[in-house]
Design a protein around this ligand. Structure first.
Ligand code: ACO
Length: 353
């Protein structure tokens, strides 16, 4: 079977920032509560559509791989916050970046979406159905928040990350992969007021989460996933160079680390800056880790996630030789005209109307 690797990476973080102190001006909460419970200090709130963030992250990944958009055979967007239910967000991305040859589809595996997408990209490439897949994790989860539900409103943020997935001509790439799900846990993380079952019922929009169940599940599945992925790849745990975990909560990441006894320096953490961006956390973190020099040629990486479904997954991945982008793009998002808090408050006003 072909080795399948990542040759391009990119991320898009929308400019508007909402700090914990900003949130505390409109929600009965505090920087101390949010920081101690989650590790989050601030999050970004998008002033553009989800597909616009996804498209910019995608353009950056295409450039980093030294490709043109017309080289892409398939675009997969992992998201649970599509611009619209119809069409797929990937269709908007295709048009925005000019990837006219690409097939397009979205997938929803909650916060595990990027790893599910990676498994699909792997299958497409390994069977020669596609040569180059643009895989994006992108979320505008702030649109689902209800500021009156303070236990979830403080945890999430917006952003996008992207990867070019293609066949490798060396030993780099996916070394092992295991995904799982337990649909009987669907109620632990779901939404109210959205989706065909709920439209027109008058149910208020919100994210509904059983924090304790999600916490327990995430620690066990992400921790055990790292151990299994390393074992299947033939790696000892101390041979892992960097774990890139889903950024849901610093306490989950710390508990995972203690469970498997991996050194703190080997866990990549950026949740303090972005909050939980769901399917986007791993590709954002990967792109950041590469750009910050945390990934070296041949680095042994583990990606691990847990999310709505409930779903989970872990991937052992050996980085290739190149840690510099082949090319870059000057494209940027437009300048925002409102602050992040103004965007959140305008949505809340519409919700309460
Ligand atoms: N600010 C201040 N107080 C709050 C807030 C807030 N934003 N939210 C809840 N509280 C209050 C509650 O009302 C409760 O008050 P009470 O004791 O008077 O009733 C108190 O804080 C404690 O509430 P708990 O829910 O017990 O808080 P806990 O310490 O368990 O932390 C949290 C909640 C952070 C959600 C925790 O359960 C957790 O970390 N869960 C993991 C889930 C997670 O992070 N999910 C992210 C998305 S899922 C994913 O990506 C996999």
């Amino acid at each position: 079977m072909k080795n399948v690797t990542i040759t391009g990476w990119g991320r898009c973080i929308p400019q508007p920032v909402v700090t914990n102190d900003d949130l505390a001006t409109v929600i009965d909460t505090s920087d101390e509560w949010i920081t101690s419970r989650s590790g989050i200090k601030e999050r970004h709130i998008s002033h553009v559509s989800n597909s616009e963030m996804a498209a910019l992250a995608g353009r950056r990944a295409v450039a980093a791989a030294g490709l043109q958009a017309t080289d892409i055979d398939y675009i997969i967007v992992a998201t649970c916050t599509p611009d619209r239910p119809i069409p797929a967000t990937a269709a908007y991305v295709q048009a925005k970046i000019g990837a006219v040859r690409a097939a397009v589809a979205d997938i929803n595996a909650g916060c595990t979406g990027f790893l599910y997408g990676l498994s699909m990209a792997h299958g497409l490439i390994a069977t020669s159905m596609a040569n180059r897949v643009l895989l994006i994790g992108s979320e505008q989860i702030s649109s689902y928040l209800n500021l009156e539900e303070r236990s979830t409103a403080v945890l999430f943020g917006d952003g996008a990350g992207a990867a070019i997935v293609e066949a490798s001509n060396d030993e780099s790439g996916i070394k092992s992969m295991a995904l799982g799900a337990d649909g009987s846990g669907a109620q632990y993380l779901t939404t109210s007021g959205l989706g065909t079952e709920q439209i027109g019922t008058g149910a208020p929009r919100a994210i509904i989460m059983d924090g304790a169940e999600i916490f327990k599940g995430a620690v066990v599945r992400m921790g055990d996933g790292i151990v299994a992925a390393a074992k299947d790849a033939g790696w000892e745990l101390d041979e892992i160079d960097l774990v890139i975990p889903h950024q849901a909560n610093i306490r989950i990441i710390d508990a995972v680390r203690r469970r498997i006894k991996v050194d703190e320096s080997k866990m990549f953490i950026n949740i303090h800056k972005y909050g939980n961006t769901s399917a986007a956390t791993i590709p954002i973190a990967l792109a950041e880790a590469v750009d910050e020099g945390r990934v070296a040629p041949g680095s042994r990486l583990i990606f691990t996630a847990f999310g709505a479904g409930v779903t989970w997954g872990a991937v052992a991945f050996q980085w290739g030789d190149r840690t510099e982008p082949i090319s870059t793009t000057d494209d940027e998002l437009p300048e925002p005209t409102r602050t992040g808090l103004e965007i959140l408050l305008a949505r809340q006003e519409a919700l309460n109307r």
